[in-house]
Design a protein around this ligand. Sequence first.
Ligand code: NOJ
Length: 758
Amino acid sequence: MFKKYYIYLLLIVGITSCDQKPQLSETEQKVETLLAKMTLKEKIGQMNQYNGFWNVTGPVPEGGDAQVKYNHLAEGYVGSMLNVRGVKEVREVQKVAVEKSRLGIPLIIGFDLIHGYKTISPIPLAESASWDLEAIKNSAAIGAKEAAAAGINWTFAPMVDITRDARWGRVMEGAGEDPFLGSKIAAARVQGFQGDDLSSPYTVAACAKHFAAYGFAEGGRDYNTVDIGLNTLHNVVLPPFKAALDAGVKTFMNSFNDLNGIPATADKYLQRDVLKSEWNFDGFVVSDWGSLREMMDHGYAKDRKHAGELALNAGSDMDMESYIYHEELEGLLEEGKVKLADIDDAVRRILKVKYELGLFEDPYRYLDEAREKEVTGSQEILDGVLDMAKKSIVLLKNENKLLPLKKNGQKIALIGPLAADKNSPLGNWRIGAADHSAISVLEGLQAYNGNTIKHQQGVKLVNKVPAGFHEEVSINETDRTGFAAAKKAAAKADVVVMVLGEYGFQSGEGRSRANLDLPGLQQELLEEIYAINPNIVLVLMNGRPLVLNWADKHLPAIVEAWHLGTQSGHAIAQVLYGDYNPGGKLPMSFPRSVGQMPLYYNGKSTGRPGADGEDKGSVFWSHYGDEENTALYPFGFGLSYTSFNYSDISLNASEMTATGSIEASVEVTNTGTVEGKEIVQFYLQDIHASAVRPVRELKGFELIDLKPGETKKVTFTIDEKLLQFYSANNTWESETGDFNVFIGTDSTTDRKVTFSLK
Ligand code: NOJ
């Protein structure tokens, strides 16, 4: 009897413990089967990423470095390549990996698809000004479609770095200064790139980068050190990464910078503790370009071997272009400095993504010449980037309704170094695009034929030496010979349209600036033209916030048109002529002076805000003696050809508990004469907390279209989750107390009500 009972018990225990074993998914089982067949060298190979290193459609390299790398590819010692693109090229490298190596593991082909592949969409900062998540998702999706049709499997995007410093050149590549907006956009971009089915030949795997805090480079100088505490890290920097993860992002890229003394590539807290443990990320982490190697320059790794040890132990799974894992991991394993379990873990993660992309099923599934031809530059993609470009434009000033321009009978002087430029509108990340392939503003205006247009550069562009990968220019700093003709054209014009700003490569990686004014002789030209004809519409093309005090003070109309990509000129012309009513809002504050950097709306009050207390009027409050604290154009700011009126905010309750919620509503009316889009913004302030909270933080927004005279009610729901923050207890939680609610047209709105969390 006892024996019988014992056996029965054992059986139950056995069944229960079997049940508790995690079930491997089909993909995981395949990964395990493959992993079991792999040699150590082959495993390390999967963790090794090479840049395109020989003319892949040409002969096989003989001798030298290229041959060594080619052999690695054939031996299965390369898991990924970047910058190989186009079906023909990708097929060549994929064939070597699949047909020559022992296990035939396909490569994952990576590429910086940042704002379009061959057809270029607006720079990400511009797209973010649309606040239009569907449009942003679509823009990523059409970019993915075009890139995937060219054999690319994986984009190194979205860059989700929050940044508060316009000096940093890479602000063009992100979503601006706000973690809430940045999180929504991060998710939209991931969904756009990856779609619903990663194995579709029209989608690519996405990569949230740069993990983490790259956007907080001191002084806005690219690659510079970052020193921020846990409060800023968790409340400001990490949320967009978490949002990307929740949206299913398959990969992360770590970062060049050190964070509080630890290079991000070797940051165990970020990669292993937060990302892989706390957040349960099951994709893989790629290093940034050579960032393993750079740890020696940082003064952190003593040699290449040490760099490999630090990076793997911290959770960097793939080595982009340092070749350190390839050279050092075996030795490190023999010496017991790294664990086989960590190598296996990295390889599992990489193989899993390859399976999900469908590359094992068919390594050539992305390689179809007919599809490439059909998709590249298709009407669908051209229409998509045009739509996105229009939505990205922000109207900064429009006095006396100078805009929209009349379509007929006008003499327009079109002036400026960027007015006929077909290269700058493409922005910085456009490796796949042909130079000079954008529609210029001149061409865009010429598509309307009711007016006479006289074009003059005024300030010339000069070839830049040395240039980068593409043809580069700079804006002339000394040659005024174009001024006279420009002034003559302005004198005869009804309206002057001036296209000024930064040339396409003036922002982007490595393109930090210590000044934020209009580069070269442009300000001088602007003032001289103004003296002759003040009826000026300034169209800005730039990759970052600029200092525009003079223009704001003097000019009647200013249009922020960023670098809008292939269809730039058409988008701008449609806005200037009123065929599209601009509705974008700034995703970054525009400063009054470069000395205000870093500048952001969601700062802390300080102990001396000088708001209405006794400190104001004296010198002892937090301010500059020679400049305002505020932005010239604040976060969330943007005008329309119509006007909107907001009602007071109504709350359906003034108190809530952690399980309840409150609804905050406003009514918005179009008080103008044309249909328009308004982005209704909702901000919260946690008035007192265990760690000081910002003066306000964006917590919601809604895009509404209103016909003239139409009113819509917009409601935001406040629940406990929305009130959480990374508190003094180093955890995400809400705290009871009072909160201010602000709803309005930009981040400076003073329409306010208060409620309490009990
Ligand atoms: C360096 C950049 O920081 C990163 O964002 C990019 O993806 C890689 N280079 C590859 O081009």
